[in-house]
Design a binder for this molecule. Structure first.
Ligand SMILES: Nc1ncnc2c1ncn2[C@@H]1O[C@H](COP(=O)(O)OP(=O)(O)OP(=O)(O)O)[C@@H](O)[C@H]1O
Length: 249
């Protein structure tokens, strides 16, 4: 998957507009295997759009995205292949209500990966165990807390054995206690060396887990660096003002 020494994910001059609104104005970013990139920035700065372009949920206008040798943005690239390699966890936890936690995880394994029922079941149970939900495999979403549902969503993405995991504000819909159990799973993934791109307002996660933080504003990558550098010594006024504002939240 990865070329000899290159970054695992490479984004070149990525642009995206919705009508007259230019949402991404030429983003360049390289992320190495095992690194954790946290995207921060004001509302509407393009963070979610960037994330969604990475696994072909949103079509780009121009620019290129590579995952190793795979050109995600090439017209003939199969979206299913991209989404197996680049898993995504969303803010609104979109589990199937009529399926158990286990079946929510096995569905993609059987349909996309073509696994047998028994193989998919074993994989699902292993991934549910990985997110601390071994005992909830037979529960339906309505029987689970928001934090547990989000952990099923993480297990579902992990089950595909992705190269990269994307997280789009995974804790924004949860109260602090439930956020913490989701953040604990994400911390585990960081410790395991998972390559991750994370949009979050959880600065504690960013401080502890990020290799680099990218600050986006108005569709541009204004500044990027390790957390301590961006938190303590931001170069740009806009970055400083942003971190000031969230500290006083
Ligand atoms: N499907 C869409 N159709 C039209 N406009 C969209 C669409 N998705 C996003 N936008 C617009 O693109 C801009 C960037 O949105 P995006 O969600 O990427 O920003 P964000 O930085 O993730 O914001 P937030 O922190 O509020 O989630 C916004 O002005 C938004 O209204």
């Amino acid at each position: 998957m990865q070329t000899a020494d290159g970054p695992l994910l490479r984004i070149d001059d990525l642009r995206k507009s919705y009508g007259d609104e230019e949402v991404l104005k030429g983003i360049d970013l390289e992320i190495d295997r095992g690194d954790v990139e946290v995207l921060v920035g004001p509302s509407g700065s393009g963070k979610s759009t960037l994330l969604r372009c990475l696994n072909q949920l949103t079509e780009v206008d121009s620019g290129e995205i590579y995952l190793g040798d795979l050109e995600v943005t090439a017209p003939d690239t199969d979206p299913n292949e991209v989404r197996q390699q680049i898993g995504m966890v969303f803010q609104d936890i979109n589990l199937f209500a009529h399926l158990t936690a286990r079946k929510n995880v096995t569905l993609g394994l059987r349909r996309v990966r073509g696994m047998s029922t028994a193989e998919a079941r074993d994989r699902a149970d292993a991934e549910l165990d990985r997110v601390g939900l071994a005992d909830q495999a037979d529960s339906y979403p309505a029987q689970l807390s928001g934090g547990q549902k989000q952990r099923v969503g993480i297990a579902r993405a992990l089950a595909m054995d992705p190269e990269v995991m994307l997280f789009d504000e995974p804790t924004s819909a949860l109260d602090p206690e439930l956020s913490n159990e989701v953040l604990a799973v994400m911390d585990e993934l960081v410790a395991e060396g998972m390559t991750m791109v994370v949009v979050t307002h959880e600065m504690r996660f960013a401080r502890g887990g990020a290799t680099n933080i990218s600050f986006l504003a108005d569709g541009r990558l204004v500044e990027r660096g390790p957390p301590e550098e961006l938190f303590e010594n931001p170069t740009h006024d806009r970055t400083a003002a942003f971190f000031q504002s969230i500290r006083h939240d």
